[in-house]
Design a protein around this ligand. Structure first.
Ligand code: ATP
Length: 625
């Protein structure tokens, strides 16, 4: 709750809205005990008394009634009606939306066509028709306003429920024997509740305005009672001669609606974790790079890809997440470098930083250099990076279903990947090349598969399309981020051998990110082990696997079950990796390490050792000769 309030009040406009609204609500609540005159006592001698005249702080209306008192009572009524109408609309609209989206089929059809019919009328006409049918009066105006807003909630909530109704956790609840009502209450409702609250907070303002509109037309509150709308309506005739009678309720309506809307927007932003972290804000085309960062000098031998002391952070509010801390890696043509480490160790962020693909905000590259054949990509402009992405450095991601566009055929997507980097290639040529690529990645019946949509292919096939797309422009380097994690072992083996062949045939350099030591052993020449954003050990694959020097590497290897190795206890690593916004000094692994000594927990421990091996440890498991 405190975190929510902190976030809410960081938004200055929302804070302003909250203060103004709180002030108005407190005044409205205190109205019955404030020393105000009766709002309905008329005094024709004081008709249209000006504000600040004796006994009338805000003047009097056309019947000589005290404007201040009427304003306070009217505000109280308008606020109550707006809030109740919003609650009713949210309750009935959300119930219709949930039932419709959850059951689907005929239920959905009947309910939604009913909602469509409601939406087909201009809302004010519909409200007028409802009031005409029920009779004038504040309660009937409230019912009319709530009714015309039901479709807004029903449509919104139905859309979200449709997306949830077939998710695995709902299926799991069904399998566990829960009935529909329990599933709706325990699985669906908690997921849609934040959206209902957000929609309500942004619609209360409309409801107040709409009720005021009906009262203004004489259909809402009836004399002698009044709300802000009826005060405005009664003052209409005297607008030019005695404007204060209209301006005062008008300003109050403006203040209430503005403050409710500003607060509603703030609540929405603070409740949505994606908005909070910046994940929904539109990322820049290139990760922000600190201009005054430390840029290490280029190495004389200039490998194909040279990452030097790369530092990438996420700036979320006041917190700084150090996802990648001074990582240095290099790859030669035709070489395969494996990056291995626990989940969250910074492997993907390192890979995405290479071509500025880390979402910014909140990502920022704060240090280091990434050189492709000696030229620093981090200092390059957007055009250079755009030409490099997919053309010289290509990516294969873990889940091709989320990286392939669901509405285009794979053939079109492959052709697009080719033509985006070379507009001279005609459509027919691009299609022929797409066919060639599909054959190369060994997709059966490549010709007919070209016109498949991603959902029509199996996971392994989609992954091959991902590889074909990465190969489309004959890149020099492929960065493969756990491309085989979601695949079964036979498909995994096929894909690994495919990558291996491509490496041999084309001299392709591969950076292979994985959790799997088996994959590393099969494919990689060298391996770098990452922990909490740093490389803790690196060296030729065989040497590292045979004699791991860092206690973390050793324990990571010990976690891997061995086929045919007999029954043995799998040694899980105790504890959890540290939070990257609160990294311990010294060795980040020390709190989980059985060899940790006091000197491991202070200062900076360098990555060192006789090339090509290196380890970041004061007490390594193996002395590197
Ligand atoms: N938008 C973000 N805001 C804050 N922290 C983030 C964000 N994106 C990533 N991180 C943090 O950066 C760190 C590195 O994440 P990264 O995705 O590189 O891990 P990984 O090693 O690739 O993990 P996995 O194997 O699960 O893919 C993690 O601690 C993660 O929580």
């Amino acid at each position: 709750m405190t975190a929510f309030l902190k976030l809410l009040f960081r938004n200055r406009l929302a804070a302003m809205g909250a203060v103004v609204l709180a002030f108005i609500v407190v005044l409205a609540l205190l109205t019955p005990i404030l020393p105000l005159t009766d709002p309905n006592i008329t005094n024709t001698a004081d008709r249209f008394a000006r504000p600040l005249t004796e006994g009338y702080l805000l003047g009097a209306d056309h019947l000589g009634r005290d404007q201040l008192s009427r304003l306070m009572w009217g505000t109280r009524t308008s606020l109550a009606v707006g809030a109740v109408a919003a609650f009713l609309a949210a309750f009935f609209g959300s119930a219709i939306g949930i039932v419709s989206g959850y059951f689907g089929g005929r239920t959905d059809n009947i309910l939604m066509r009913g909602i469509d019919m409601l939406m087909a009328f201009p809302y004010i006409l519909l409200a007028l028709a409802i009031v005409a049918a029920l009779g004038t009066g504040l309660i009937n105006a409230l019912i009319a306003v709530a009714a015309v807003n039901i479709p807004f909630f029903a449509r919104n909530i139905r859309g979200i429920t449709v997306g949830l109704a077939h998710r695995e956790f709902v299926d799991a609840a069904r399998l566990s024997g829960k009935g529909h009502v329990r599933i709706i209450l325990s699985e669906i409702l908690p997921n849609v509740l934040p959206v209902i609250v957000i929609a309500m907070s942004t619609t209360v303002g409309w409801m107040i305005l709409e009720t005021a509109g009906l009262s203004f037309l004489g259909l809402g509150s009836q004399p002698p009672d009044s709300d802000l709308g009826s005060m405005l309506g009664q003052a209409r005739a005297a607008f030019t001669t005695n404007p204060h009678t209209s301006i005062i309720p008008g300003v109050m309506i403006f203040l209430i609606v503005m403050s409710v809307n500003l607060l509603g927007d703030g609540v929405r932003d603070a409740l949505d974790p994606r908005l909070r972290s910046g994940a929904l804000s539109r990322p820049l085309p290139v990760t922000t790079v600190f201009k005054n960062r430390a840029i290490p000098a280029a190495r004389p031998e200039a490998p194909l890809l040279d990452i030097q002391e790369l530092e990438t952070q996420f700036h979320v509010g006041n917190r700084v997440y150090q996802a990648v801390g001074k990582v240095s890696l290099s790859v030669k043509p035709g070489e395969c470098l494996g990056i291995i480490g626990e989940s969250g160790s910074g492997k993907s962020v390192t890979a995405l930083s290479v071509t500025g693909l880390v979402a910014s905000p909140p990502g920022v590259i704060t240090g280091g250099a990434v050189r492709l054949e000696g030229k620093d990509l981090l200092s390059a402009g957007y055009e250079t990076l755009r030409r490099t992405r997919g053309n010289r450095i290509a990516y294969i991601f873990q889940d091709p279903l989320s990286t392939l566009h669901p509405l285009y055929t794979v053939g079109d997507q492959l052709a697009e990947a080719i033509r985006v980097h070379d507009s001279r290639v005609s459509r027919t040529q691009a299609r022929a090349r797409a066919l060639e690529l599909m054959t190369q990645v060994r997709i059966p019946n490549p010709e007919s598969r070209l016109s498949n949509y991603p959902h029509e292919m199996s996971g392994g096939m989609r992954q091959r399309v991902g590889i074909a797309m990465a190969l489309a422009n004959a890149p020099d380097i492929i960065i493969a981020d756990e491309p085989t994690t979601a695949l079964d072992v036979t498909v995994q083996a096929q894909i690994l051998s495919l990558l291996s062949d491509l490496r041999r045939e084309r001299g392709l350099a591969i950076v292979f990110i994985t959790h799997d030591f088996g994959v590393v052993a099969q494919l990689c020449d060298r391996v770098a082990v990452m922990y909490a954003g740093r490389i803790v050990e690196e060296g030729p694959t065989r040497a590292v696997l045979d004699a791991p020097a860092h206690p973390y590497t050793r324990r990571l290897i010990a976690c891997v079950p061995e086929l045919g190795g007999g029954r043995r206890e799998l040694a899980a690593i105790p504890g959890l990796p540290p939070m990257v916004d609160d990294l311990p000094p010294g060795c980040h692994f020390a709190p989980r390490c059985h060899k940790a000594a006091p000197e491991c927990k202070v200062g900076y421990i360098p990555l060192e050792g006789p090339a090509p091996r290196a380890v970041r440890c004061i007490h390594p498991e193996e002395k590197l000769a």
